[in-house]
Each structure stands twice: as structure tokens, then as C-alpha cells.
Write a protein that binds this ligand. Structure first.
Ligand code: RFL
Ligand code: PHB
Length: 397
């Protein structure tokens, strides 16, 4: 039996779950967030770093922008580098917008602090979460803590538990459709104590593979190398990582990276994935629970923000005006933007990485595409428009 009732039960305290809980709180809607890991774990998990202008606006508009505006790095453009030649995409000039470099874990820290300060409930280290009854009008969310199973009754459940969570599997197999592409490479990512060697991100295409220079602060660099998807990190000494980054990022130029202490390293495989529909009965999926993009377009966290903004508004319309239309349209509304962003993330990925099975024709075509996208103003506008983020309410006017 349920111990108590809450309007929305949320599984997962990543950016999606935490922001949803925050937006609902501002709309006077109660929620409980149930998270498998500890607070320290989620606040230390290094992931995304680039916030679209629309994400920045949502955070600012909901009182979450103060530290981001103090410590985040506003970027008005980015560099594409091909065979050592750097070409700049000027977002401000092309589309009049910018992005903010501010770590996902910093957003998570800000949201956790705000929720707890406002009396919000986040259950950390909750194991064996389970969602039941989403087909009826009385779903429950339950989990184990301190050796006992706790159960709450909910009006709605939001599955914000990431790609490896349990929520997606609560959709019946004959309802769920999955679209997927697995890439034949991954990214080896490092966090290093060294000032970023460039003020703007550098996306480098090189014969030896893609490399990316990013950052977290004026003192901390975040760097990535294309590698095999199942690469054993043990084979990469710090010296080998720096050597490879120097080759791929400098690409023949005089310029060099300042090497520094590597404080974290790991390999991430890459995939594009969409699960449809994103609603079944009283269960709503949001963020990585419903879709994954390869990180080349820096879109994952931004998509999660887009989903929960749509969901929070739909729930607000239901609770304040008794209207169900927006809830009914949730999946279609989100999927339209998600597929637009999937297309962009796939496009950036195929353009910037090297493929072992590429024919000489494929190779020349790819170089021509890189040349076009850094030469034609029309093409640069297309890249910039997508990179800074399509409007949150993307769709026909
Ligand atoms: P998350 O962040 O995975 O959060 C899900 C939460 O659910 C918890 N959980 C459970 N809780 C209870 N019970 C269970 N059974 C549970 N199972 C899981 C998890 O512990 C976790 O706390 O999903 P969310 O909120 O949808 O957010 C999505 C983003 O995290 C993700 O899309 C981005 O990190 C992707 N991403 C990037 N996105 C960007 O927008 N810009 C970037 O620059 C960017 N770079 C990246 C990235 C992801 C990366 N990796 C490591 C996957 C770079 C990398 C390397
Ligand atoms: C990052 O800073 O982690 C980052 C930046 C841009 C990307 C992906 C990741 O495209």
C-alpha cells in the first residue's frame, strides 16, 4: 500500500529529473525525486559542458542563473579545424545567439541546492525503483531504502532515469518503437588541470581521427579523442594522450597545447537512439531515458531540458485549468524537436569523424563537406542555428 500521495513521482536526479521537479515546484505542483546514486556521485559526474541559449534562458528565468552567469563562459563562436587550418563559425554574426560553457554537474549542483532549500524531496541511494499501474489512474512509484520498500501513489510518473534506467521498460513491448544507430567509434575524454589552449571550442577533423578541445573553467581543460568504441583506457598513458591531442588538434600549426595533470579519463561509446512514444498512460519519459545523441553536437543535456519544459507546461495546464491536450500532445511535441536535433548530431558526427570503411570517394566528399560548411555563409548559418539551439517550441508556426 502507498504510504502517501504526491502529484508527480520522478525517477532520476539528472538534469531532466531535477529541473522538472524545480519547474513543477514553481507551478505549485508537488513531486518527489527518487535517485539510485548518492548526492556526491551525481554532483561529481563529469558530462556535458555546452548549454544552448534556450537552456540558459530557462535556467535564468527560473532563478537558476546566478552562479552560471558568474562562472560560466559565454561563447560567441566555435572553431572547426581541418588539416591544421582553423576556420571560425561566428554564432553572433550568423544567428545573433551564443552558447554557455558551464558543466552539467554544476547545473546539477545548483538544482539540488535549490530543491533542498525550497523543502523539495530528493531520495538519494534508492535501490530497485519500480513503477506500477501506469495504464490505470493510480500509478505508484516504489523503491528500497534502509532494507524496506517504500511506495508512493502518484497522479503521474516521470521517467528521467537516463539511458540505463528502468522507466523505458515500463512501456509494453508492443507499444515501444526503437530507432538506433551505433557508431564504430567512441570518445576518450579527459579532464586536465591546464588552461584551455583556445578561448573557443575546437572541433578538429584529422586523418588520425576527430579531436575536441573544450573546457570547464579558465584553469580546467576538457579534451576528447576519437577512439575504438571498446577501447581499453589502460592502453592510454597520460603521455600518449597528450601526444595524440597535440597531433590532431595542432594539425601542423605552430600552436601547442599546454599539458597538465590529467585528473579524470574515460571512454564513452557513441550512439543515436530514440524510443517512441514518450508517453504511455500516466508515464512520461524525458531526457536520456527516451533518446541519446552522439556528443558531437553537444545536445544531450539540452534535449533533456527541452523535454521537461514541455512536460512541466503540460502538467501546469492540467492542474491549473483541467486541460489534457498538452499532456496528450507531449510525445509528438517533443519528438519533432528531438528528431531535428538527432539529424544535426548525426550530421556533425559523420562530418567530423574518420570512418575505417570510408572509400576514397567518401573521403573526398567528406573533405568537400567540411570545406563547404566553413566557406559558405548559408552553410555556416545552418550549423550555427542548430548549434546554439533550435527554438524550444520548434515546429510549424
Ligand atoms: P542522466 O543525467 O543520465 O540522469 C539520470 C539519472 O537517473 C538515475 N537513475 C536511477 N535512479 C533511480 N532508479 C533507477 N533505476 C535509476 N537508473 C538511473 C541516474 O543515476 C542519474 O542520476 O539523464 P538526463 O537527466 O536525461 O540528462 C541527460 C544528460 O546527462 C546527457 O544527455 C548529457 O550528459 C549528454 N552529453 C552532453 N549533452 C549536452 O547537452 N552537451 C554536451 O556537451 C554533452 N557532452 C554528454 C557529453 C554525455 C557524455 N557522456 C559521458 C555520456 C559528453 C559526454 C562524454
Ligand atoms: C564538453 O565540454 O564536454 C563537450 C563540449 C562539446 C561537445 C561535447 C562535449 O560537443
Amino acid at each position: 500500500m502507498a504510504e502517501r500521495r504526491v502529484q508527480v513521482g520522478i525517477v532520476g536526479a539528472g538534469p531532466a529529473g531535477l529541473l522538472l521537479s524545480h519547474l513543477l515546484h514553481l507551478a505549485g505542483i508537488s513531486s518527489v525525486v527518487v535517485e539510485a546514486k548518492s548526492r556526491a556521485h551525481i554532483e561529481g559526474r563529469i558530462r556535458a559542458g555546452v548549454l544552448e541559449q534556450g537552456t540558459v534562458d530557462v535556467l535564468r528565468d527560473t532563478g537558476m542563473g546566478a552562479r552560471m552567469d558568474r562562472e560560466g563562459l559565454l561563447h560567441h563562436g566555435t572553431i572547426l579545424k581541418v588539416a591544421g587550418e582553423a576556420r571560425r563559425i561566428d554564432f553572433q554574426d550568423l544567428v545573433g545567439k551564443s552558447v554557455m560553457v558551464y558543466g552539467q554537474h554544476e547545473v546539477v549542483k545548483d538544482l539540488v541546492a535549490a530543491r533542498l532549500e525550497a523543502g523539495g524531496e530528493i531520495v538519494f541511494e534508492a535501490s530497485q525503483a519500480r513503477i506500477d499501474g501506469v495504464d490505470g489512474d493510480a500509478p505508484t512509484l516504489s523503491w528500497c531504502a534502509d532494507g524496506a520498500r517504500r511506495t508512493i501513489a502518484c497522479d503521474f510518473v516521470a521517467g528521467c532515469d537516463g539511458f540505463h534506467g528502468i522507466s523505458r521498460s515500463a512501456l509494453p513491448a508492443d507499444v515501444l518503437r526503437v530507432y538506433e544507430r551505433v557508431y564504430p567509434f567512441g570518445w576518450l575524454g579527459i579532464l586536465a588541470r591546464t588552461p584551455p589552449a583556445s578561448e573557443e571550442l575546437i572541433y578538429a577533423h584529422h586523418d588520425r581521427g576527430f579531436a575536441l578541445l573544450s573546457m570547464r573553467s579558465p584553469e580546467i581543460s576538457r579534451l576528447y579523442l576519437q577512439c575504438p568504441p571498446d577501447e581499453d583506457i589502460a592502453g592510454w598513458t597520460d603521455a600518449r594522450i597528450w601526444e595524440e591531442l597535440q597531433v590532431r588538434l595542432a594539425g601542423g600549426e605552430e600552436w601547442r597545447l599546454d599539458e597538465g595533470e590529467i585528473v579524470q579519463k574515460g571512454v564513452t561509446a557513441m550512439r543515436s537512439f530514440v524510443a517512441e512514444p514518450m508517453r504511455h498512460g500516466r508515464l512520461f519519459l524525458a531526457g536520456d531515458a527516451a533518446h541519446i545523441v552522439p556528443p558531437t553536437g553537444a545536445k544531450g543535456m539540452n534535449l533533456a531540458v527541452g523535454d521537461v519544459r514541455v512536460l512541466a507546461r503540460a502538467l501546469e495546464s492540467y492542474y491549473s485549468r483541467g486541460r489534457e491536450e498538452a499532456l496528450a500532445a507531449y510525445s509528438d511535441t517533443c519528438l519533432r524537436r528531438i528528431w531535428a536535433v538527432q539529424r544535426f548530431s548525426w550530421w556533425m558526427t559523420q562530418m567530423l569523424h574518420t570512418f575505417d570503411d570510408a572509400s576514397p570517394f567518401d573521403r573526398r566528399r567528406q573533405l568537400a563537406e567540411l570545406d563547404y560548411v566553413t566557406t559558405s555563409r548559408a552553410a555556416m548559418i545552418t550549423l550555427a542555428e542548430n548549434y546554439v539551439g533550435l527554438p524550444m517550441d520548434w515546429g510549424p508556426a
